[in-house]
Ligand binder design. Sequence first.
Ligand code: SAJ
Length: 434
Amino acid sequence: MTVCVLGLGYIGLPTAAILAANGCNVLGVDVNPVVVDTINQGNIHIEEPGLEALVKEAVTSGDLRASLTPETADAYIIAVPTPITEEKRADLSYIDVAARSILPLLKSGDLVILESTSPPGTTRERLLPLLEKSGLKAGVNLFVAHCPERVLPGRIIYELVENHRVIGGIDPRSAMRARELYETFVQGNIYLTDATTAEMVKVMENTYRDVNIALANELAQLCHDLDINAWDVIHLANMHPRVNLHSPGPGVGGHCISVDPWFLVERFPRKAQLIRQAREVNDGMPRYVYRKLMEATQHIANPKVTVLGMTYKANVDDIREAPSLKLLELLEQDPHMQVATYDPFAKAFPNAASELREAVVDSDCLLLMVDHDAFVRMNPETVGSWMRHRVVMDTRNALNPKAWQAHGFDYIRLGEGVGSQAMAFEAAPLLVRS
Ligand code: SAJ
């Protein structure tokens, strides 16, 4: 089968490479000439474990090529971004452009799959009419389905194969045709439904997570005021068989969870109250962290703060919607603070230090925003010896408080009242991850 994958980002490229590794002849299309050249040389432009080897092999074997323009194929997979505008409205223009680009190529019997996470209704109400401009009739001689990606950055190659998939057809035949394609590499179960249900499933998965993270973030703020430790509360509450509290943090980043719930708010502005509120709680976290940072450094005149971590989560190189970006905006507006930043995964970030020491020298406070392995492993004595004052604020519950306190650090943790540390039980395990 020949497959044309439109969009060679975090989802499109791994999908194209896996299809090529499983017997398909794949053309990957991207609007960025640098991306196209990089892939045609067998290299990759994003960081994702296992991806480089897969792409190299597929390109070397000739099963994967990249191009700026699509070519005739049996199946087309649209995997382009679906961001939100400043006004929190879905920007579906990339889907429109991709769909228009294949219009002249479509022929009877072709299959078109939308993988991009989209507001419920997009496939049927927006994509279908556009594709039918080709003169083909959906459900008769053109097959159209939504098959949302559900992979976790950092585990994409594994999850592409192992995760269950939901395929929503605009009719049963479309769903079955799409299943034939995904069966070539998916080991998980494949569930068939209609297109709008599949869209809602995907958006709701991320909304579920967003709402639960908002609950954890609210819990963190309440526990701080109660002078107790939110992480202990979560750990103990999660021992209940039907409770799964998520982890608080400095906010929700990435291009998925912080974006998709707005698709529902846009469509149902009055009914999607809880979803909107969760978004607002999570979007408010960088400001909350900023306020806590001011409290933690109020005894220091013109403190230098070192922000550790620019990416949206640990051990990935993606900075889209990262909470650190918002935090930095707040810090930059504050004339009393000096700011240094460092992230081993985002060294090209404007004004970022190229190594840890450069960012930490003469610092008064470390602000851990991302729990990259490299930060969790930091040696408190070495780092402390570079600093002017030893203060560390941990927004991820990633550092060992005792180790840092033993080296003279004021250790401040998101979700923990200042008085609570003396009361913490020795036996309560503090590292909780959901
Ligand atoms: N976060 C918290 N607390 C938590 C969990 C996450 O603050 O308890 C934060 C993270 O630090 C990060 C953000 O939320 O800033 C999102 O991280 P994530 O690891 O939860 O999710 P993503 O955005 O990397 O990937 C999600 C996944 N969706 C679900 O787990 C339901 C993935 O399966 C989707 O494929 C992906 O979105 C997507 O592309 O939609």
